[in-house]
Design a protein around this ligand. Structure first.
Ligand code: FE2
Length: 209
């Protein structure tokens, strides 16, 4: 009896480990318009999978901020975040469907986003407008730089996928500028965004998460 329980226990452990071990997305055996070498298809699929997960992550964080942003800039940021959410979601869809077009299954499950995105998490609760601005300036810089690297990694293997990644980089750059403009110092205003709201001289966006 104990042996039976042990076998069931080991089986459950193996079953539980499958999602973690299944790092490689399955590839279709059917004819497809894609790079000839399977290793190239895998490399491009992996780049698009990473992009998909990061865009899904950005979409979730943008919605969280859209709902909870507080302060004088509530309304313009609420609107901007909604626009960005729709942009991230749209490009996540395109990254995913490009994967399928070259024959690679995509993985956009919530657990995969949490486990693989490797991005900072936006603070919970009410979030200050200045904190939202600083968070997305940094988060978009991170994802934008990774996207630039993926363009370099894929441009010779699959120019069509690299072109899509260029479009993603374009929009991430535009979104990042739209936050950066809130914090940009000018000859007549030496602001850095932190003065929007401070607590004892410490910008709120530097608080512990
Ligand atoms: Fe809304």
């Amino acid at each position: 009896m104990q042996k039976a329980f042990a076998i069931i226990g080991v089986s459950l452990l193996v079953w539980a480990a499958i999602p973690v071990l299944a790092q490689e997305n399955p590839i279709s055996e059917l004819p497809k318009i894609a790079p000839e070498a399977e290793s190239d298809v895998k490399a491009v699929g992996a780049a698009l999978q990473e992009q998909l997960i990061e865009l899904q992550n950005l979409a979730l964080q943008a919605k969280q901020a859209h709902w909870n942003v507080s302060g004088n800039l509530f309304y313009p940021l609420h609107e901007l975040l909604q626009e960005h959410y729709e942009g991230y979601s749209g490009y996540a869809d395109r990254a995913s469907e490009r994967m399928l077009s070259i024959g690679v299954a995509s993985d956009g499950r919530a657990g995969t986003v949490v486990k693989t995105a490797q991005m900072p998490v936006i603070p919970g609760g009410f979030i200050d407008d200045a904190e939202v601005i600083r968070f997305f300036i940094d988060d978009l810089k991170l994802v934008g730089d990774r996207t630039r690297q993926r363009i370099r990694d894929t441009e010779d293997l699959d120019p069509t996928s690299a072109n899509l990644l260029q479009e993603v980089e374009y929009i991430l750059g535009q979104y990042q500028w739209q936050y950066r403009a809130h914090a940009q110092s000018t000859p007549t205003d030496n602001q850095n965004g932190s003065e929007l709201n401070q607590e004892n001289g410490t910008p709120l966006y530097q608080r512990e998460q």
